[in-house]
Design a protein around this ligand. Structure first.
Ligand SMILES: [Fe+2]
Length: 396
């Protein structure tokens, strides 16, 4: 994030004495990416941010994965992972792992409970709010969220989720930073004119949250030397939400999908025009309601395509996705189209799309450049028959 923000009280000059009204020094913390060589923020704490009084193992929820083998496209029905009467599920520990690899993990949760204090030290999180609203409290301040928001939480941001009622959350956990596509930005980081959104659409935290309390537990997800993920429960002597002010270019923010201005064309536009964010070895795109191709002979649904370097994950959030008609896919579905396999519209969808002038679809896509494996939630949500829907039969 090159977009500078300043919230609360900060001293005129960085790294200088900054005292409260009683003369006590504030404790300055630099939170920075890539050593001291990329975006950072300076936070001013009332208490020592490194003072811990305990450390214990946090046994993470199920996070092992199994290969998509034998290879086939999949339809995963995420809404079936949580029944309507599920209660007291929180947005962090309640996530069920749907798909994952060494670059990104995709989890899903229907949550109605306040989460523990939590910090993902493995990478940035990008949580898409399928439905619901509430607040994410962070060390930077409060971040309201609502349906359609992407909530971006930089690596190691201490936070907790407070859903107001029930929220359906699609959690994209990177092993890297997740940021707007680099090609949308100037060499100094400003959004360019051709970008489908800009700084005005990004909403950072407002005023600081100041809590005085002792012995606060924070769950930390972090890296094992083997490349795996492990968890620790740290107990802080003082409440981590004690920041009187901060400034810089690194902070959590929200971006609502309704603020994505789609780029359309005379003939079918390829998925990169729908890109929102990117991480290492994956991209996040949003297919939003839009006018479609206006060439007199255009075919509005996509051509068949073989993304030889990608696994493609579509999460269908709203509207009627024309290309998938007849496949069983609906709202709350995921389609996984893996590398090594060409995919495209259901056969009848091509002819049916001709003459259509606009679509009301809303879908979030993740393309990963290394194969995805199925998590426990992905296996549980698999419909088992999607692979045969183009042919209309399975070999007996
Ligand atoms: Fe595709």
């Amino acid at each position: 994030m090159a977009h500078y923000r300043c919230v609360g009280e900060v001293p005129d000059k960085r790294h200088t004495q900054f005292r409260d009204s009683a003369g006590r020094l504030r404790y300055e913390e630099l939170m920075g990416e890539e050593g001291f060589s990329s975006d950072s923020a300076l936070l001013y704490h009332r208490t020592v941010p490194s003072a811990i009084v305990d450390s214990a193992v946090w046994d993470l929820p199920a996070h092992s994965t199994a290969p998509n083998h034998p290879l086939k496209p999949r339809h995963l029905r995420l809404h079936e992972l949580f029944t309507d009467d599920a209660r007291h599920v929180d947005p962090v520990t309640g996530r069920r792992l749907v798909l994952g690899n060494n670059d990104v993990r995709i989890g899903y949760v229907v949550a109605d409970a306040v989460s523990p204090y939590y910090r993902n030290a493995i990478g940035d999180e990008c949580v898409y709010v399928e439905s619901g609203h509430g607040t994410v409290e962070t060390v930077f301040g409060e971040l309201p969220y609502r349906t359609g928001d992407f909530v971006i939480l930089p690596r190691a941001t201490t936070h907790r989720w407070l859903p107001d009622g029930s929220s359906r959350l699609y959690a994209i956990e990177g092993n890297s930073h997740i940021a707007p596509a680099a090609r949308y930005l100037s060499r100094f980081g400003q959004f360019l004119e051709h970008a489908p959104y800009c700084e005005r659409d990004l909403h950072g935290p407002g005023s600081p949250i100041l809590v005085e309390d002792k012995d606060i537990e924070v769950l930390v997800k972090h890296r094992a030397a083997s490349g795996g993920i492990i968890g620790t429960r740290l107990v802080y002597a003082d409440h981590p939400f004690d920041v009187v002010g901060w400034d810089g270019c690194l902070y959590p923010y929200t971006f609502n999908v309704a603020d994505f201005m789609p780029i359309t064309g005379k003939i079918h536009q390829p998925p990169p025009v729908h890109q929102v964010f990117e991480g290492d070895n994956f991209v996040v795109c949003a297919f939003v309601p839009r006018k479609v191709d206006y060439h007199p002979l255009s075919i509005p649904v996509p051509y068949y395509h073989s993304n030889v370097d990608s696994d493609e994950v579509m999460f269908y959030v709203g509207g009627d996705y024309a290309a998938r008609k007849g496949s069983g896919i609906g709202i709350g579905s995921i389609s996984l189209h893996p590398g090594g396999y060409a995919h495209g519209p259901q056969p009848a969808a091509v002819e049916a799309s001709i003459g259509v002038e606009s679509v009301d679809e809303l879908a979030v896509m993740i393309d990963t450049f290394r194969p995805l494996e199925l998590g426990e939630g992905g296996t549980a949500a698999d419909d088992g028959v999607y692979a045969w829907t183009w042919a209309g039969r399975k070999l007996e």
